[in-house]
Design a protein around this ligand. Sequence first.
Ligand code: HPA
Length: 269
Amino acid sequence: MRALELAIIGGTGVYDPGVLSDVRQVTVDTPYGTASALVGKRGDKEIAFMARHGYRHTVPPHMINHRANIAALKMMGVKRVMATCAVGSMNTAMPPGSFVFMDQFIDFAKSEVRTFFDGGDRGVVHVDYTNPYCPEIRAALVSNARRMGIIASDGGCYVCTDGPRFETPAEIRMFQMLGGDIVGMTGVPEVVLAREAGMCYASIAMVTNWAAGITGEPLGHSEVVEIMQANGERLRELMMLTIDALPDERHCACGHNAPDMPWLGRVDV
Ligand code: HPA
């Protein structure tokens, strides 16, 4: 059995790892709080699964402890993260029901600490985000999605808001002018912290609705969950095919120049 090196972070509508076998729960105490994951096997790989909103969707976007989650994965030895998220679309080329493998983000969420490096003993760092999402994992996602007949966009700009409210049509118009394609409430700072921790991070955005004001229809969380659950099987299959396809060694630059984080010890899982 190979060491645990890959984790899935499930967003709205993705609360269980589905296809992993011999699943056990692992709880990790980090300097930022406690986080737990389910760890199981996929072939000869060990995979961790974390439900971003809790396993029964009890944690709203602005209360997610992203630092504890990513620190726990780092302490478990995880080097690659594949995340899912539900998004609204403001780009007609990315309709509801389609997937977006984003390559850029714009951060409009402000309510939370957005770094592991708080100064003092922990240092001050300024990390490069020219390519915030792992190109190697994204390429594998795109080719497996094509093979599965999934309608998907290779690249897209994700705008992150604080939530938990949906946006106003005026905000969506502004985000469109700024070059945003899709909007969600949880993708940042998760992607930022993963890069600080030297991990590859890729995100599978599932478009659940047109963003506010585009059709004039009011938005509701139950519709978002419904679309996510209707697509849950395809999403899981895509992730599993991609995990199988990824080479053992990373060929991207995501882990290059990662700052040291000696305050995060290793845990056995
Ligand atoms: N806005 C923000 N977050 C979302 C949306 C949206 O329209 N749909 C799903 N998550």
